[in-house]
Design a binder for this molecule. Sequence first.
Ligand code: ZN
Length: 434
Amino acid sequence: MRNMMALSLFLATAAIAPALELQQPLYAIKYRKLIDRKTAAVRDNVAIIVEGKRIRSIVEAGAIPQNAEVVDLQGMTVLPGLIDCHTHVLLQGDITSADYDNQLLKESIPYRTIRGAVAAQAALRNGFTTIRDVETEGAMYADTDIKRAINNSIIEGPRMFVATRALDVTGAYPLLGYSWELHMPKGVQVVDGPDECRKAVREQVEHGADWIKVYADRSYYFTEDSSLHSILTFTFEELKAICDEARKLRRNVAAHAIGREGIENALRAGVSTIEHGNGFDDEMLALAKQKGVFWCPTLFVTEYVAEGRAAEGRPIYGQMIAHQRKAFAKGLKAGVKIATGTDAGGFAWDINQAVELRRMVDGGMTPMRTIQASTSVAAELLGMKGTLGEISPGAFADIVAVQGDPLKSISVLEHVVFVMKDGKIYKSPAAGDR
Ligand SMILES: [Zn+2]
């Protein structure tokens, strides 16, 4: 008899199992206020219906489906998951050359990858549900492994777009300054000449690069007219070869460019984003705007490294702070597409990368535009417009919430209390952390 019951229970379970499998988790996220990036308007008393990985609809609170699990975030501000377009999960801060060199010399790539996994988790818990990680700083293709482990639910972390090794020319990128008898590791893939450039792009794409990262310049200096210059790394032909090959393989190029020369070479060669861009002047801003190139200004890291680098005999980083603020103000005025990129990893991962948003607002960007730079504009940079960076039907259910109003005080975004990515809750004020 008992067996019979067990059997019938089994049969019943077996019969409903496929139906259960097909049914996606359904959430209704209730909240009072939503910052709508499309209309830049604030909405009241609504609920986001999340089905599986995506947002199904946004309904009035009274129209929530009965079978939905209600997540009550009333009294909080709900917004799309934040996007950081410039991180290095495989770097743990590098104020001085020694900080950098030690990581490459004394830490194995497996060890760095473990630290990278923790960094990725920190980004997600900070509310950054998507990151573009713009090179591994000598850790080869370990970013693709972290991304894979996240995608396979082995570890928790944000959605990742990865650039793998980055490209630079001979003699331009650390480790530098060691005896010529030694073959030191490099923080990049070293390539010279258009053919090597093309081959490296092919290799990196083969091994999983979503983006190609290049260092367009180095050795920065101010001239008397207080404009910021640099030494070019790649020739125009080399950089163009990289951009052309990347485009052929459906990839875009992110260029580290700080001096005017680097910015100009990168823009003319056809990159999609300028990283740092401290030396942007009116002419280069106009060119960036005309070409539809995005700028990730990375304001916080400039301040963060300045003192330590000055103590090390590199005072230029101190001068760059004021210069960068001016360039940022000019960029806002010029209407260049500015997306949030923090350079987290360039500073230690125990600092919440959302600190960058406060710097952007301090620099003259409105809070709403700063949030857009961290959501919808960043999504556009990633080629994910409509799918990421917004709360709308069909978009991935990447949603965060904060106490307080970021339009009044942007720094509340440094205290994200709810994180959902791909329809899964990773942090919740109601249930504690999941
Ligand atoms: Zn960086």
